[in-house]
Design a protein around this ligand. Structure first.
Ligand code: BES
Ligand code: ZN
Ligand code: ZN
Length: 479
């Protein structure tokens, strides 16, 4: 479903209207009868957080009473969830157009409410033509004095690219291979004035990306390496922010094969990092952010075959470092390492990598938050913390002591590609650190990129995690 959001200056002439109010008298005189007003007041006195509906012939009105704000971030999230609840209502009524009349909330709350509402409209129904939602486009007309048109436009774009990221994650690997993933970003980027370069296998060989090539060895499909460069004339930063995304379009584990149930069956999600960074750059460009941002996306699948790389192999990475591969299922770090090494040539201000990197991150904290660690300064981590709280795309910072590096020592190469039994998310991060020489944060989104069961506005399966977080981080960065 496509979501259109526009600001209106007149009460929208639609059948379903949501009123956000504080005092009954704010609702004016023409809208409700005396009896209706009394009833509404009574209902909200009984339970102020409940939604109250009033039907007037074929009009359905919903009333939300604003509450006193205690914790801003918590309240924003509560409002998103209210948006989710109300989407359920609108869906039942098969609404094509919804009106929102805001008489009480600040901008941020209006935006969060619409965000929760709109994000709930996502469904991966491409392969269900008979069940495809009848409603293809849902328009949201917003009457809200404080809210600016530009803010609503930005929000509409955010929804669009979160949906795109979800679509990419949900698309199976028999459709979305490494070549098609690159083509997808190329096609979408060109329209937005983003410079795109897609390397094919021979270029990747010429560039000696040994990690990416090793993982790709077992595959029938060639790898790809996508470079997206968004450099607006009014960029406030000379050195770019570089985003790197893990683009493993399918992870069987390779010769260190994964078991199927609850493990390999969802591994089409292993390019979620690529989806996040690619879509975040598209969103930044569509919102015309004055920021110089580069995205690097190494992509391949990881499969067993006669040619596949094997435990015990020693490979030479693009940086020249050698790696003893002891588990072919620890493939993400190999392809990311080459991309992180390549990022050095941009002399970046900051590098973020997003990757569904380790089961250990999921074991540690589940789907509540993404795991982060790295070498960026405290101000960066604080800014991330703020963006995470605001968007509720929560982050949990892990320790990153050099002691963990010890666990990667190899007798025959510069390092092994696995640590030991413990601290798997951190040793994966430590592996990556070898290929960086700039301020950097690693985001392990293995727990947050995919949901087996639906959860409010985050939906089911691909969540598109990271797109809203990055957008918020960028918005703060330009302020
Ligand atoms: N893609 C997986 C990590 C993953 C697990 C993503 C669960 C999403 C959900 C990654 O490539 C992997 O297999 N990692 C191994 C590393 C291990 C062999 C050191 C893991 O976490 O088991
Ligand atoms: Zn793996
Ligand atoms: Zn993987």
């Amino acid at each position: 479903m496509e979501i259109k959001i526009k600001k209106v200056t007149k009460l929208p002439e639609v059948k379903q209207i949501i009123y956000i109010y504080n005092k009954i008298k704010d609702l004016g005189s023409g809208l409700l009868s005396k009896a209706e007003k009394n009833w509404l007041e009574q209902q909200h006195k009984l339970s102020p957080t409940e939604l109250v509906s009033i039907n007037q012939y074929d009009f359905q009105l919903m009333f939300i009473k604003s509450e006193a704000i205690t914790d801003l971030n918590q309240q924003l999230e509560a409002v998103r969830k209210k948006g989710n609840e109300l989407f359920g209502w609108a869906k039942k009524l098969k609404s094509k157009e919804i009106g929102i009349v805001n008489l009480a909330w600040d901008n941020d709350f209006v935006a969060a409410f619409i965000e929760g509402f709109a994000l709930s409209a996502y469904k991966f129904d491409k392969y269900l033509p008979q069940e495809k939602d009848e409603v293809k486009v849902l328009s949201i007309a917003v009457w809200s004095e404080q809210t600016k048109s530009k803010q609503l436009k930005d929000l509409q774009n955010t929804i669009k690219y979160v949906f795109m990221a979800r679509d990419l994650v949900n698309e199976p690997q028999n459709v979305l291979n490494a070549t098609n993933l690159a083509a997808h970003f190329k096609n979408n980027a060109k329209q937005l004035g983003i410079k795109v370069d897609v390397w094919n296998k021979s270029k990747i060989e010429a560039m000696k990306m040994g990690g990416l090539l090793a993982v790709n060895k077992g595959s029938v499909q060639p790898p790809s390496f996508t470079i997206m460069e968004y450099k607006p004339k009014n960029a406030i930063n000379e050195q770019p922010i570089v985003l790197v995304g893990k683009g493993v379009v399918y992870d069987t584990g390779g010769l260190s094969l994964k078991p199927t149930p609850g493990s390999m069956d969802s591994m089409k999600c292993d390019m979620a990092g690529a989806a996040t960074v690619g879509c975040a750059v598209l969103l930044a460009a569509e919102n015309e952010l004055p920021l110089y941002i580069v995205a690097l996306i190494p992509a391949t699948d990881n499969r067993p075959s006669l040619e596949a790389y094997a435990p015990g192999d020693v490979i030479t990475m693009m940086s020249g470092k050698t790696v003893e591969v002891l588990n072919t299922d620890a493939e993400g770090r190999l392809i990311l390492a080459d991309a992180l090494h390549y990022a050095k040539k941009y002399n970046p201000k900051l590098v973020f990598d997003f990757a569904t990197l380790t089961g250990a991150a999921v074991v540690a904290i589940g789907a509540m938050a993404s795991v982060i660690m790295g070498t960026a300064d405290n101000a960066t981590f604080e800014a991330l913390d703020q963006a995470a709280g605001y968007t509720h795309e929560r982050l949990a910072r892990f320790p990153f002591w050099d002691d963990y590096k010890e666990l990667l020592k190899s007798d025959i190469a510069d390092m092994k590609n696995i640590g030991g039994r413990y601290a798997g998310a951190i040793t994966a991060g430590k592996f990556l650190e070898y290929y960086t020489d700039y301020p950097w944060v690693h985001f392990d989104i293995a727990g947050t990129a995919w949901l087996d069961a639906p959860e409010s506005y985050r939906g089911k399966n691909g969540t598109g995690v990271g797109v809203r977080l990055l957008n918020q981080f960028f918005q703060q960065y330009i302020k």
